[in-house]
Design a protein around this ligand. Sequence first.
Ligand code: ACO
Length: 320
Amino acid sequence: MYASFRSIGAYIPEEIRSNEWFVNRMDTTDEWITKRTGINERRIASTDENTSDLGAKASKIAIERAGLENSEIDLIICATISPDYLCMPSTACLIADKLGIKNIMAFDISAACTGFIYALQIAQAFIQSGIKKNVLIIGAEKLSSIIDYTDRTTCMLFGDGAGAAVISATDNKDEAITDIQCSADGSFKDLLLTPGVQSEEASFMQMKGNETFKIAVRTLTNDVKKLMEKNKFENKDVDLFIPHQANYRIIKAVGDALKFEDEQKVLTVDKYGNTSSASIPMAINDCYENGKLKSGDMMLLDAFGGGLTWGSALVKFAGK
Ligand code: ACO
């Protein structure tokens, strides 16, 4: 049995927060934010929308586009660093409830911005082992709830949103996900963290942006090269290069080092900012909705985030 990427969906919160919002509240400029990050605006969830609401809305679209009923989903994995509740219940359980799905396995994973690629590989393993048939994977974040809006070096980077995909079993090798690789190195734990229950500090995200930036460029470039070589892929075999949307300069540096053409590179950071685990599925959904992603297209995904974690994947889009 093979795992195939059946469908994509996303939920983009309505409120648009422009760079001007930050300029009016702290010592920064539109020019600094645009030049250093490539971000013009980001979306912010409303006060009555939690991460599980964003995730459930994206999931409904993904399940519908997969041509399935909610009852046919047999596993839900939600990647998030901004869960509704600190430890329990998991956001995946809440999403299952919002979708009216009962009596299946549902759990969260914490791999920061690499969460969607981690979830993808877990889904693939459950399917290839024959244990599950239709796995719903979600990247959902209400990062605005864990951002310190007095920290000008970090707060303007992040936004809210959710993306979801259905990964299904198939016996057709042509539809299968080609390869996924995920890694972590906890010795870099201090670069990006959210103080936990043992801490006196507020649970806001903290980031050493500049150090993270340099490691991100190096690690992502090497990781993608390794994946491409292992699978004997050349750039022309990739239709869309869809990196985690953290910073335009990181995407450009990695894209240039890997020599991808501009038409292959997908960029959404300008309008959504960094939405952590939601950024890749939101970007895939954008390509799907604007006709850039078609059935049979080969996507190259890559991500990097707190942990540190990183990962990349060569995934054929098996949706309609
Ligand atoms: N407005 C104006 N000036 C600012 C601002 C601001 N908002 N923030 C910082 N500065 C100043 C700094 O104080 C510094 O001033 P100095 O030179 O006088 O000391 C100067 O700008 C440069 O600061 P740097 O931190 O070196 O700026 P850099 O070019 O590295 O950009 C940024 C900062 C955008 C955060 C960048 O480092 C970045 O994007 N890092 C990577 C983020 C990332 O990929 N994270 C991983 C994923 S996130 C996750 O896992 C949840």
